[in-house]
Write a protein that binds this ligand. Sequence first.
Ligand code: SAH
Length: 431
Amino acid sequence: SEQRSRMAKALFTPIAISSHCRTRDSRYCSRATPENRNKTDHSVLRHLTSKIKSTGPISVAEYMREVLTNPVSGYYVNHDMLGPDGDFITSPEISQIFGELLGIWCVSEWMAAGRPKQFQLVEFGPGRGSLMSDILRVFSQLSAPLGGAEMSCHLVEVSPRLSKLQAQCLTGDQSQVSTNEDDPVYRRGTTTTGLPIYWYRRISDVPQGFSIFLAHEFFDALPIHIFQKTEKGWREVMVDVHPETEDKLRFVLLPSATLASSTLLQTDEKRRHVEVCPEGGVLIQQLACRIVEDGGAALIMDYGHDGVKTDTFRGFKAHKIHDVLAEPGTADLTADVDFSYLRRVAGDRVTCIGPISQRAFLKNMGIDTRLQVLLRHCQDPSNQAQLIQGYDILTNPEKMGERFQFFTLLNHRRKGPAPLPVAGFSELCLR
Ligand code: SAH
């Protein structure tokens, strides 16, 4: 069988993907370079090379899944990637204004839906819990308009380690871990603002009911397949062990079509190099079903494009671009979200709006006014400077303003003969 696998490998075409030298359209990176990083751990690489040696090259999707969410060695399972020694920084960590405006968005969507009695707030991949914490602060300040709603908080998080950080942030350590491994709720508690809060591993575990779903820098972490157009048709890009250096990985092209290459691509695809995220597609379909059946909305916020970009798979380590195949498990892996794909799989049972830029969304939500209010109430010049700097990073087109995108899935009932404007997606709604 070793000979067969060697022969099979000889058929794969090695290809170079320039993932280590892409800076132009990359994630926003702060200039901090943490010094005290853990020493490199080779267990993920060892696990991957032995797997590839026994069964052959793996898809990029399988590579991403193993590297990011393997229950033992996965990057998210072992890292606090947003902490002081982290690898990247995200909007909720940059400024409290971000979460506050999203809190207002959630309330506005709940009101537009006719103020249903039950109100579930669901967040996917909440990181350190900062976004949810800022939203909950807004909710507690808006207790009068929200009065009477039965509110609850639901977090979908694969990493037990991050769920603990989230619980510290949101409940002040008032949470309990389930002792039964089969329990879909693996942690529960009460938020510091008095709401019931639950942690799950996947969306199917979240109870049905009117929900506002939030996903911030979540879809970009879901595994992608990569395809390349060749003279013989579409072929899938795979990850293989380097033939000369056993502890190095390289990309190769599969010699023949696969189920993935024949089912995941559009027949009229114009690009020659395409990334597809079927897990993201399945999640969108689940969200669309729930929104149709129970009402609600989903807001997806991510680095992304509308079906035009080709090569966005990359790694981040200590706030710098990192070769996606080097030292797997020690760096974050991400691929820009293809919103045209999400819109297509959502189908026409729901209304999709966007993507629009973070700058446009936050301006529509009143970020300029909010900044002025905060500045007026804040005496300390260094806090003022921090507020202004945060505003700049979020909205400046050269920073996150244009690269970061907002996309929403809504219940059709909003559509009617005179469709209601949707907060954040049109300027009108705040007037
Ligand atoms: N939303 C946060 C964190 C983004 S990092 C922020 O913007 O700051 C991605 C988050 O998604 C982490 O919390 C990670 O543990 C979680 N995650 C990644 N893949 C996941 C999956 N397949 N299922 C559930 N959670 C996942």
